[in-house]
Design a protein around this ligand. Structure first.
Ligand SMILES: Cc1ncc(COP(=O)(O)O)c(C=O)c1O
Length: 370
């Protein structure tokens, strides 16, 4: 089937671009002997996880325990890092179960979390990475506080210090792509300082993990960083393009939509809205993007407004499109867009090849109520 015959709205995944992105990042990581631990929250798909592992990823970084359990079960993943601290006895029990099937690294950023998980472990040891705050101001401690924090956590049994991890997500709120360099500097400086401080106190870091898609290619050159955990690179999106971290040709995920109305000469209405494209401007609010997605191959169009199921598109000057034409939109933030569908249509050269299920889609698991 040709993609043009698909009903809209529809999430298209260009498999050549997807495979190219996976290969590119794995290749760059291999060149610098940095381990790649892709973050799964972008695609939430056990099939794409399998592709990343087959390409050479050492392990994966998961944002949720659901993701971790699913990829260990279905993708043959043997090594898992949890991105954020886990609390609550039911969740801790799940981590303990997971540890029987895979090498697990939890993330800690303070004494309370350490105490709770240490008590629940009941004699078994678990690896932990201390979260370093390299400027995002979300979790963790700054580089000058890592040693005192590790010493505090040392008071709790069963927790094995394996290293540090950080995420310079503030890169998504820069006001110009020239500022990305200063975020990379923060990533490099804070990890170097933290590792040296730990070394002086005889703490060895087996793992020093950082990672965002825009800072990836520079950060992996650091001799202090042993593992990188990018997520968005598999799809890329309009935000990565605005930051200079990807080209339009590297964006693998698009939403295909039909022009269903033209109420005025300079306005089209599409059959996809915020329930496909999302209203967000990236995880940390990018001011660099215009509109609610980029219409591929049509610079004369700007998506100026989204209702839930429809979009308003401003036409600047001439266009060859008309009611009934199908267009492809690169979402501003592909991680949020992918979480709004259960299936992506994988295609090559305009021909549909297979469906890729978003089978670890956020909040789609039945809650345990008894
Ligand atoms: C802790 C952590 N590491 C890595 C990533 C991946 O970043 P990116 O999607 O920019 O590659 C994220 C993204 O949310 C994250 O929260």
């Amino acid at each position: 089937m040709n993609i043009d015959n698909l009903t809209t709205p529809c999430f298209l995944l260009n498999l050549d671009i997807l495979e190219g992105n996976i290969k590119k990042f794995q290749g760059l990581a291999d060149e610098t002997k940095t381990q790649l631990w892709p973050m799964l929250k972008t695609h939430k798909s056990t099939e794409i996880t399998r592709m990343q592992i087959e390409a050479g990823a050492t392990g994966v970084l998961t944002g949720t325990i659901d993701e971790a359990e699913a990829v260990v079960e279905k993708s043959g993943v043997k090594k898992v890092m949890l991105a954020y601290p886990v609390l609550g006895s039911a969740n801790i029990k799940r981590i303990i179960q997971l540890k029987k099937k895979a090498e697990v690294y939890i993330a800690l950023d303070g004494e309370d979390g350490a105490r709770e998980i240490s008590q629940a472990l009941d004699g078994e040891e678990i690896n932990y990475l201390l979260i370093l705050d390299s400027g995002l101001g979300r979790f963790g401690v700054s580089a000058d506080k890592v040693v005192p924090m590790v010493k505090i956590i040392d008071n709790y049994k069963n927790l094995k210090f394996s290293g540090i991890c950080t995420h310079t997500g503030q890169v998504y709120s820069v006001s110009g792509k020239q500022e990305v360099g200063s975020i990379i500097e923060m990533e490099l400086k804070s990890t170097k300082t933290a590792v040296e401080n730990l070394k002086r106190s005889n703490y060895k870091c087996d793992i020093v993990a950082t990672g965002t898609t825009p800072t990836f290619s520079e950060a992996i050159k650091s001799p202090y960083i042993t593992a990188s955990r990018p997520g968005n690179y598999v799809f890329c999106d309009a935000i990565q393009v605005a930051l200079g971290a990807a080209t339009v040709e590297e964006c693998s995920l698009t939403v295909m939509s039909t022009i269903v109305s033209q109420p005025t000469e300079d306005l089209f209405i599409l059959d996809c809205g915020s329930k496909c494209l999302g209203l967000d401007k990236g995880a940390h609010g990018s001011s660099l993007i215009e509109g609610f997605g980029t219409v591929k191959g049509h610079p004369e169009l700007t998506i100026v407004g989204l209702s839930e199921e429809v979009a308003k598109v401003k036409i600047h000057g001439e266009t060859n499109l008309k009611i009934g034409s199908k267009i492809e939109i690169i979402p501003n933030h592909s991680c949020s867009a992918a979480n709004m569908t259960s299936y992506m249509v994988g295609y090559r050269d305009e021909k549909v090849e297979r469906l890729i299920e978003v089978d670890i889609r956020g909040n789609s698991k039945r809650p345990q109520i008894d």
